[in-house]
Design a protein around this ligand. Structure first.
Ligand SMILES: [Zn+2]
Ligand SMILES: [Zn+2]
Ligand SMILES: [Zn+2]
Length: 366
């Protein structure tokens, strides 16, 4: 009978059962949050500073159009002669919420056994402190709102074990057929067919030729196992034994969500236009915006903050949240040239011109 202080028992007591780990072939064990009641209170965002919507004058709009035309070497006639008849400002707000989270897993690490590298006696020393609860392991602050990860080996968890991949044989069966594979050139047929043309009879006919690559056998020696039918186990590298250990794997992820708020103008371009940040608020937990003149921003903030809260599960810790409101505005400029009405859009330095009338194309259309 095995004594309760044998190397096996000491290691098992220390490692198996830690965060419900079992040697059942699974590699990862998500760590449940131990104290959800430690959640921080949500913080209210600061008041939004005053802002104004940039306005475009007819002269400024035409000047921008002329610059656009000249940069693209288009016919300048229309831009020179056009008259602006109307400018409409389209103002929208982009609400964005990011939730930066941390997840922890305990994982099995399996490395090929290497006698020289074994740096630790078995079993764990009797004075080895117990493994700390996963969420109590101190961790330096990660760069916020950036996806990253870190693996931390847990002390005194290494153990030499029979390789579970090859069951201690050091080799694995190759996925070929007894050291051979179908010939890639003839697909295992042993022959190739070719359509030939007889210039004398002027008929096409099918010619069957023995495959020269496999000499008609249809199969070739497997290059992976070199015809041996067995390959070295890739887990233990033929050592038959592995060194297993436990590490704590920490993963940081960012979950961004955004909504375009305001009257839908049907202008797809607004989804991609960069905006001007009016308000940004970072806190351990944010509470929805309550003070903003556009009601749809308040609704978006309420909905997304609630959605992110509902998405949090027992294994995920929210580290930080960031909400922001951007002003996205574009002016629709209507102009007339030679009796026709056309438009273009202008946003800051960017111009979006659809079907600019060049003199040559205009002549063709007439
Ligand atoms: Zn062949
Ligand atoms: Zn093979
Ligand atoms: Zn193996």
């Amino acid at each position: 009978m095995e004594s309760s202080n044998s190397a096996e028992a000491v290691w098992s007591r220390r490692v198996l059962g830690y965060n419900h780990m079992v040697l059942d072939g699974r590699d990862e064990f998500p760590c449940e949050l131990e104290s959800p009641e430690r959640r921080p209170e949500p913080e209210s965002p600061p008041p939004c500073p005053e802002w104004s919507v940039p306005s475009v004058t007819p002269g400024g709009a035409l000047e921008a159009l002329r610059k656009y035309v000249s940069e693209r070497s288009l016919d300048p006639t229309a831009a020179r002669e056009a008259t602006v008849t109307h400018i409409e400002d389209i103002v929208l707000y982009r609400f964005r919420l990011e939730t930066f989270t941390e997840r922890r897993f305990t994982c099995w690490n399996t490395e090929p056994y290497n006698e020289e590298e074994q740096d630790q006696p078995e079993p764990p020393p009797p004075d080895a402190p117990p493994l700390p609860p996963p969420w109590d392991v101190p961790m330096e602050d990660p760069p916020p709102f950036i996806v990253s990860s870190k693996d931390l080996p847990l002390p005194h968890t290494r153990k030499i074990m029979k390789c579970r991949s090859c069951n201690g044989r050091g080799i694995l069966r190759c996925d070929c057929r007894n050291g051979k594979r179908d010939c890639y050139y003839c697909d295992g047929d042993g022959f190739k067919t070719q359509l030939r043309y007889d210039s004398y009879t002027r008929f096409s006919y099918v010619q069957r030729q023995m495959c020269v690559t496999c000499s008609g056998e249809g199969r070739k020696r497997c290059s992976f196992c070199k015809g041996e039918a067995d390959v070295e186990c890739s887990v233990c590298l033929g050592q038959k034994k592995t060194m297993v250990s436990v590490s704590l794997s920490v993963r940081w992820s960012n979950n961004p969500d955004q909504e375009l708020c305001g009257e839908d103008s049907g202008l797809d371009l607004l989804r991609y236009l960069p905006g001007r940040v009016l308000l940004t608020h970072t806190a351990p937990r944010v509470s929805p915006i309550t003070d903003f003149p556009e009601p749809s921003v308040l609704r978006a903030s309420q909905t997304l903050v609630q959605k992110h809260e509902q998405e949090q599960d027992d294994n995920t810790k929210i580290l930080k949240q960031r909400q922001s409101v951007e002003l996205v505005c574009v002016s629709k400029v209507t102009y007339q040239w030679r009796g026709r009405t056309r438009h273009f859009h202008i946003s800051g330095e960017d111009l979006f011109v659809d079907k600019y009338p060049e003199k040559s194309t205009w002549c063709c259309c007439m």
